[in-house]
Design a protein around this ligand. Structure first.
Ligand code: FAD
Length: 538
């Protein structure tokens, strides 16, 4: 492209080093100032800036693999610096830097944010750099999404319908529900360094088919199986993991309560000891897929002393019958089961949502619901350790949620590219205009780099590392999905707002990604900024 700079990875590396040192200074400044809660605004920006820098590091690694990849990497790094600059303006002191921090990197940023460079990048998506095995995983799940999920996704969304059983059994047959379950327990994780990568690749493709009726179906077994691997007794692993992997048992996750979402450690739903087990009382909310699920992964307070906070919580696998999508009531007949307790009740009310439809989310009231001792995760030794087991599950959930965001972004990008090529405005296809080309280029850059970052985090997690990176990735990619789906909708003009175009679904679906699996602010402040500050304080 005439006038385009030759991508300069050396200059990109130097520019990124500057950004990285600004982030390091900011972390030290926040640490010295009393930690993230003493200045949340700066700490939040620090977390997102650090995530951008970390993503840019993944971009540089990717950039070294080819010419298009180098252009993508340079465009990403330049934008990451521009984003950092926007966060810093007027707050340099709070960040521990000066207004001229970008100085030596300015020519690099100017060259790679140049509209001519960006417009010239349109249509360059970059290779995914998957080896043959994972390319096959991708093809297989892509085909399933194309043939089984996409043709049903619009109807499920617009009619707020249930997910058809064929999708669930299809996924189970493909092994999608046991991707992170160790082979010895009937799953497909071999313990190698690519275990999590298969899950990321499959999740992206299924979410490309549909967020609510595809990629999110595997979130729940991912979370429960990790929690069981982390804390379950051998008997529990033997009993539940193979059944989760095969789809014989489908689960939901019941952690959030009406008064406690981000502040999980404060939940009040109680499980009290009774003969042979526990009686659960309280209300859970936003329990997605609870009607269809056979078991709920339920976090409850087993120590009534609330001062014990997270140390008073235990995790249960709560068995239940399958129910209707429109709501359910189940009752336990204690006497018939040979128990002397009052007999339990569980009532689920669906919560209508903007998007993310198909699985339905429920508020569930538990009234003396009996759970046998055998279903307490970790047995007696698991009492008071439920919070940690649950957290192990959610680490996996964050990586998987980032992969879900990738699928939604890719679907939106493809829809926008198609529409822009065909819609003629002022005598030319919208996709011919510089502004549209630059938008499409930035979308593709963001998606590819987010993807490469998620592959990197998957490899780290397979080595038992990457906890901080998984949180950075989740926070970063879910925000990116909002922008990408917004721009994709915008490129559709008025038709973007029409329900008949799937891009309107991508937009509302993307919006939930920054809310669940760790709300963006909570994740940024309580996990990412906190860890950065701890590291800075040494
Ligand atoms: C569609 C959907 C599906 C869901 N599925 C499930 C599920 O299957 N199982 C389950 O257990 N939960 C589920 N959730 C719940 C989800 O995890 C919670 O909504 C989330 O954790 C946030 O909790 P909250 O809604 O109570 O928000 P709150 O905790 O009330 O937070 C409100 C706002 O305040 C911000 N905030 C919180 N703390 C701070 C702070 N210290 N400083 C500054 N800002 C702060 C938050 O980031 C948020 O923006 C789902 C939610 C949705 C929307």
């Amino acid at each position: 492209m005439p006038g385009s700079p030759t991508p300069n990875l050396e200059a990109a590396t130097a520019a990124l080093a500057l950004a990285s040192s600004v982030v390091g200074d900011a972390a030290r400044r926040v640490a010295a100032g009393g930690g993230p809660d003493a200045d949340q605004v700066v700490a939040y920006d620090l977390a997102h800036a650090a995530a951008g820098v970390r993503a840019a590091e993944a971009a540089l690694t990717y950039g070294a693999t080819g010419a298009d990849e180098a252009r993508i990497a340079c465009a990403f790094v330049a934008d990451a610096l521009a984003d950092l600059a926007a966060r810093l303006v007027g707050r340099e002191e709070a960040f521990g830097t000066t207004p001229d921090w970008m100085g030596p990197a300015r020519p690099f940023v100017a060259a790679h944010r140049d509209p001519v460079f960006l417009a010239g990048l349109a249509g360059t998506e970059g290779d995914r750099r998957l080896d043959a095995d994972f390319a096959l995983v991708r093809d297989t799940f892509h085909r399933f999404a194309e043939e089984q999920i996409r043709p049903r996704a619009e109807h499920i969304h617009r009619a707020n319908d249930d997910i058809p059983e064929e999708i669930i059994t299809g996924l189970a047959d493909m092994g999608a529900l046991g991707l992170s379950i160790p082979e010895e327990y009937g799953g497909f994780a071999s313990g190698g360094d690519s275990d999590y990568l298969g899950m990321v690749v499959a999740t992206e493709e299924l979410s490309w088919g549909s967020l609510g009726a595809g990629g999110s179906l595997i979130t729940r077994p991912e979370i429960l199986s990790r929690a069981l691997v982390a804390g379950g007794t051998e008997e529990q692993k033997q009993l539940w993991l193979p059944r989760l992997a095969s789809g014989e048992v489908m689960n939901a996750v019941a952690v959030t309560e009406p008064d406690f979402g981000s502040d999980v450690a404060a939940i009040v739903t109680a499980a009290a000891r009774t003969d042979g087990g526990w009686l659960v009382n309280g209300v859970k909310t936003w329990c997605t897929f609870a009607a269809r699920a056979d078991v709920l992964m339920l976090l409850a307070r087993t120590d009534p002393d609330r001062a014990k906070a997270h140390r008073g919580l235990s995790l249960f696998v709560v068995e239940k019958p399958r129910g209707e999508g429109s709501g359910f009531v189940f009752e336990q007949d204690a006497a018939a089961d040979g128990r002397r307790d009052p007999g339990g009740r569980m009532e689920g009310r669906p919560i209508d949502t903007l998007g993310y439809r198909g699985m339905h989310s429920y508020e569930i009231a538990f009234d003396n619901w009996f759970v046998p001792d055998a279903n307490l995760v970790g047995g007696e030794e698991g009492v008071g350790r439920g919070f940690y087991f649950q957290m192990a599950g959610f680490e996996n959930g964050r990586l998987q949620t980032a992969a879900r965001a990738l699928g939604v972004m890719q679907a939106a990008y493809e829809a926008a590219t198609d529409y822009a090529a065909n819609r003629v405005v002022f005598g030319r296809p919208v996709g011919d205009y510089q502004l549209t080309r630059a938008k499409l280029a930035r979308m593709a850059v963001l998606i590819q780099v987010a993807r490469q970052f998620s592959y990197e985090v998957a490899r780290l997690m397979a080595k038992g590392e990457g906890t901080l990176e998984a949180s950075m990735l989740k926070a970063y990619v879910c925000r990116a999905a909002e922008w990408v789906t917004r721009e994709a909708m915008q490129i559709h003009g008025g038709m973007g707002y029409a329900e008949e175009f799937p891009v309107s679904r991508y937009f509302v679906d993307a919006r939930v990604l920054s809310i669940f699996e760790g709300a963006d602010e909570t994740l940024a402040l309580k996990v990412v900024a906190r860890r950065l500050v701890e590291q800075a304080a040494g």
